[in-house]
Every structure is written in structure tokens, then in C-alpha cells.
Design a protein around this ligand. Sequence first.
Ligand SMILES: C[S@@+](CC[C@H](N)C(=O)[O-])C[C@H]1O[C@@H](n2cnc3c(N)ncnc32)[C@H](O)[C@@H]1O
Length: 660
Amino acid sequence: MFNSQIHTLNRSLINLRIEGCENKDNSDGLSLEKELVHTTINQYYFFLEHNPIQPIKKCAQESMNLSEQGNVMYISKNHNANQHQQIWNYYTRSVAAAPNDSQELALAYSNRSALLYHLREFDECIKDCDKGFKLNPPDPLKAELLLRKVECLIAMERNTAKNVCQNALNLCKGYTLSHEIERKCINKLQYFLDNNLQIPYKKKKTENHKTKPAITFERSQEAPCASSALAIKYSSKWGRHIVAARRIDPGEVLVLEPSYFTSVSMWGNYMFCSHCTKQTWASVPCKSCVFNVYCSDKCKSEAWKKYHQYECNVLAYLYNLNFYNYPFLSQCEPENSHMLVRSLAATIKLMLIAINEVGGIDNIRQELIDIEKNKDPRTKGFFNGVFDSQKCRSIYSLTTILDNVADETLGIFTVLVSIAIHLLATKSPFFGKKIKTTPKLIMNNPDVKFIGGLLLKTTLLLPNNNLKYFVHRESTILGQKFGSALYPICSLFNHSCDPNVISVPTKENERIVYSKFTIEEGEQLFLCYVGDNYTSCSKEERAETIWSAYKFQCECRACQENWSQSLPFVKDILRKSPELKISLGTKYKYIEKLKGTIVNQLQGNNFEYDPKMISNLQKLMKEHETYLTRRSMDYETFERFIYMMIVNAFGTWLNINDSC
Ligand SMILES: C[S@@+](CC[C@H](N)C(=O)[O-])C[C@H]1O[C@@H](n2cnc3c(N)ncnc32)[C@H](O)[C@@H]1O
């Protein structure tokens, strides 16, 4: 049954791809996507009808289990940053899983507040104490929350500490407490008052406030988030791409672009706000689902209004989807299935944000029609001559992977989209009210059909243009992926394994792009999409990474000419060439001296961003390039310094204690 279903569906999809949809209206550019989803739903209805998914709901027992797992780790001593992070994750998941207004929620807040006190995140700890207290838990828990809040206020030397302490003591005296808790809470509060709040406590680690310099550049008229040093071009070989409109210096900031959309990854979930992606200790959970947590009630209500009211219930079903129950999906490895559902969820969010931006289904249809009407591939998605980073018109003009993706992969995507569209229609109020009809009839609704096509287009567009967020830890410069985001202008840069520009995400969800080398007027600018350039892995390894993530064969120079991975040191180049040594020897000594000064300065300043230092480095890199060579280990070292300074000043840091 399964095999024949796969076969029939596969054939129909392949036929559609080959024959196209010539007779269909393609004014919105979605005729193929709509037909792919329609055909899948028609042939798949049996599975949609007979394999109902159970939604994941808030569950008191699950919340208790998660808290318990956090407690087991918490009571073992001498945690490192990883353990702190895991305990925090357990407690936050416990907060998210607890039913609204329940005692389990109060307990989860209380557990997390204990961890936050332990981490000396006192302001955040107070937030959790207050939230737990408001839920009116049993007296012993109330007493503990009051005590913890007082301890935070004392630790922060707040003027209010004395009054709050006195009030807490009065309240605790009225509670029914065991002898042990009475001794712990009442005696401690009394002790604080008797000793004029003079108790030994651990001070909060002082934060290293990094100076954030302003970034200014003359703006491009066509792409205001980019510098006027850049121009958008089109060619049949490279599609849309970015070139230098003038000579560009190394280290020059060329783009500062806010994200159109962000999505937190599995690793980052529960540590970063599901809406604004800010790191958030004392997060508040979504009132309905167990997946989203927010840094504030403001983010929570903004997300709900813009998109979460529609995706919330859909996610509850999707995250419990059993791939083994469905032909096509049953071929996926279990690890991949999780990743696929996460990226589908991100796609749904992106589409809902776009629809919210323009004000409804009819308007987004019109946007697509307008994009299609423009036959100039260079200015597709422009509005009044501008490519705007905050407009879905720009997003839906970006390239998709439809042409490169294999039939089976397209089959998996289409089946996932069909399941999602069925859930969106039947389990969420997205189409006005929940549609009560059979899966087979659902595509008769023109809005459902259009949104099915749009969701498939978004699913094929996102992986092609997604940029990852990295978080840096105090203890290490190496990043961990905590989310991804879409930046329309950054999406116009092509990839090279020998990139001449670098991109860094900032904690405000922007992306900085700066030059790595001097770039001559007219040269194309390339980012490295995969983090590994030609010096760090072989051509074959790079080809595999690029293909699995982006489905294209790299045509950069390093791949075409199969460059060697090893880079020489300048002193070795000079040693091998006595003539060069004579002509450049003095220059090299000068550069080495300058480099020494900068290395000392960097180490002394703990890699603080210093614009003067950047300009010195730029000078140095230019000298190096002019007199020696840009393809040397020495040059890579300068480049690394610039990267470290930019990451220090603008990047996202996870400030989590590495010891107790
Ligand atoms: C993010 S887009 C870059 C902008 C794209 N050129 C356009 O027309 O919109 C990524 C797509 O550009 C093309 N591309 C980027 N770098 C490439 C490279 N080094 N070799 C071949 N194709 C590349 C591939 O088609 C890829 O799917």
C-alpha cells in the first residue's frame, strides 16, 4: 500500500515538474507549487484522514518530570557552563509545559529562581519569584520565594530591601510552616533585619560592558541597508549578485541589515525569546503551547497578534507528527525528521509574518502578482526603485531551490506542506474559522489552495537564503547555532570558498557585512555560506556541504582551479625568493613591527572594539596586500583580529557562569 502510494505520488509530481502547468493561470507565479500541493492532498487524503495526530499539550506531570531532571543536576555541585545551561533548559521547559495558573507552574518558577540566584542573575531571579508568588502556591513555597527575593535585593544593595524584608517577615509569620522551613525563612529574615542587612553574599559578576561604536556609511539608493560602495547586478551565470561600485578597503562595513524574520533553533529554544531572539533568563511561556517562551509580555502579545495565534495549535500537532505513518516521510532518518519539522515550522512563521505585514491573503496575492509583472530579473521585488529589507516583496523575489532539488526531496517537502496546510485549515482560525471538511475537498477553497502554493514556495525559498545566528560564550570564541534569520540584501551575495566579505550577526538581530580584502571596482562580492573556506577543507568536502544545504554546485575560483588548502607564511615566501627579500625586506620588518604592537594592544585590551585599532589593522592589511600577499597565514591572522573585534562589539554572547 505504502510503496504503491509513493510510486503514484512520485510519478504525478515528476509529471507536473516535466510538463509544467501550462494551461493554468500563473499570474502569481505559483501555478506549479499550487498543483504540487493539490495533487499531493488528492492522493494523500487517506493518510490525512486515517492517521490523526495527537497534539502536544501542556501537562502537569511532564512539567514535574522536567523540574525533577533539573533538580538532579542542580544538587550535584561544581557546575560548569554546560551544566548551568542544561539546568536552565530543564527548568524553562518545565515552565513552558506547566498548565496555566497551576501549582506546577509556581514550582517551576521557584526552581528556576533558585538557579538564577545561584547564577547571581538577581534581577531575573526576582521576576521568577514574583511570578511564582502571584500563583498563590502553598505557604512553604511562598515563604521560600519571599526569602529569595529579599536575598536578591540585599545582594543588589537596593534601598527597598529593608521594607520588603519586614513585609516578608510579617507575611511568613502568618503562614503555616514546618519547623524546618520556619527556621530557614523566618529566622533568616529576622537575622537580616537585626544585622542591618549586613550578610555575606556572593556579589554579581561585573559585566564587561562593551563599547559599541556607531556604524555609518553613505547609503545605497537602491538598497538603503547597504553602503553606496555596493551595486546590485544580474548575469545569466550568477543570477543577481553584488559588485563593488568603487574600490573598497579591507575591514570596511558594507551592510548593516535588520532581519526580516528570525527563528530560534532547537539548541537556542528556551534560552532565547521566540519573538525577538534576545537571551532571556526568566522567560514567560505561551499560554497555549509548550514551544514558545518570551522575554516579556510585550513580545508575547506582539507574537500572538502577528502570527502565533495561527501557528500555535498547528505546531502542537506538527511536533508530534509520526513520520512512519506516512509514505514518503517514512524514508527520512529520525534525526532528519525533527530538523524537517523545525524548518517547516520556521517556514510557516515566515509566511504568516509576511501575510501580517501586507494585511491579508488578498494583499499577499497582489504582492506576488506585482513581483511577477516585473520582467527585469535585476529589479525583481523592488518597490519604487528600492529593495527594502523589511518588505515581503523583497523576500518573495529571492531564489528558491525548486530547480535543483531532487524529486524525492521535493516529494517530502510537498507532503509536509500538505499536512501543514491541512492543519492550518482545520486546526487554526487562519482562514476565518476552522474549516470542517474532508482533506480531499479542502483544496476547493481557493484561499487554501493559494496558501498551499505559497507555503511550498516559502519552504523552497528559506533554506536557500537562510543565515545562521551564532552565540558566543565568554569562555570561548567558538559559536553555537541558536537560530536562523532572513536578510534580503545579504541573500543577494553569492557564495565563494574564497570569500572577500564576512558577515557577523549582532545581538540586535542585524547582520554586519564587512570586507576581508581590498576589492576593486567592478569585482563581485562573495560570502562564504558554510563557514568552511578553501583553506579549512578540501574541494570534495566543501562540495558535499554546499550541496546538502543549498543544492548547487559551487563555481567559485577556488573550486574551479582546485586551490591548495595550505597557505604560506610570508617569511617562508621571502626565504624562498632572495630577490623578493631584498626588495621587500624592510617593508616586511615594518609590517611585522606594526603587527607586534597591535597584537599587544589587542591582548591588553581583552579584544575590546577600538575603531582606531580597526583603522590601524586596515592600514596594516593594505600594506600587507600591496607589498606581500593576501593569501598568506599572516594575512589570515589580521583578518581574524578584525573578526574578533567585531564579534566582541556587536555579536551575541551567552553570559553564563562557567563555575559556581
Ligand atoms: C542566496 S542566493 C544568491 C543570489 C542569487 N544569485 C540570486 O540570483 O538571487 C543563492 C543561489 O545563488 C547561486 N549561487 C550562489 N553562489 C554560487 C556559486 N559559488 N556557484 C554557483 N551558484 C551559486 C545558487 O543558485 C544558489 O542557490
